[in-house]
Design a protein around this ligand. Sequence first.
Ligand SMILES: N[C@@H](CCC[C@H](N)C(=O)O)C(=O)O
Length: 259
Amino acid sequence: MKLSFYKYQGAGNDFVLIDNRTLGLAIDEKLFERLCDRRFGIGGDGLMLLQNHPDFDFEMIYANSDGRLSSMCGNGGRCITAFANKLGVFNEETNFIAVDGPHYAKVTNKGISLQMIDVNEIEAGDNFFVLNTGSPHYVTEVSNLKDLNVFETGRSIRYNDRFKANGINVNFVEDFGEYLAVRTYERGVEDETLACGTGVTAVALAIMSKKGITGTHTTKIKAMGGDLSVTATTTDGKSFTNIFLEGPADFVFEGEIEV
Ligand SMILES: N[C@@H](CCC[C@H](N)C(=O)O)C(=O)O
């Protein structure tokens, strides 16, 4: 059978998208892993099914490139919003449902702005933060981001005794004042990706918390694959609301693959 697919990327975080509104494609880890494979398939950091939902414009089902369903993907959420817009599911603003709950998103002049879940807890340790922005993240500040071996260092944290059972995404941040530069090792891809949406959101909140920034604040982020921004509101540096992740979410190509 031939399966129609669409390829999108948001700041270089790339995804296979399937319109599953009428297709009835079942969850199939082996198939999803093959479709995400860059040699034997289409290639992607993850795969998403866009499905009908009785109470929302659409439902987002997300799997990492290992084929397994996972927690929220921020860049995936922005890409599936762009895809839903291309399919004519909505015009300017949408409300959809994902694994971590409802999301509001809109088309902007920078691409797609996606509202993320509120964050009520940040663990602050010795130069590290752990928080959940829809997916679990470890954030640590470095002074040599360009030269850092993100694969080795990220992997050693992701597989340490504390995190190895459930895994965690590991973000390295260097503060350049005007902006934060971020590189991420992603669970489920088990490699560095060019950007991670829930990751840069975690980084922005962690640095706001560390610097004692309160009120509504926008953080500019440079990821390896492009620029993103995170706007969030806090009164105490611990609980964050109205969190928006904004940046490009672009169609790359479409095709059919034999499955
Ligand atoms: N790339 C994503 C995060 C995807 C989920 C992550 N790999 C996990 O399993 O936690 C993003 O843009 O947020």
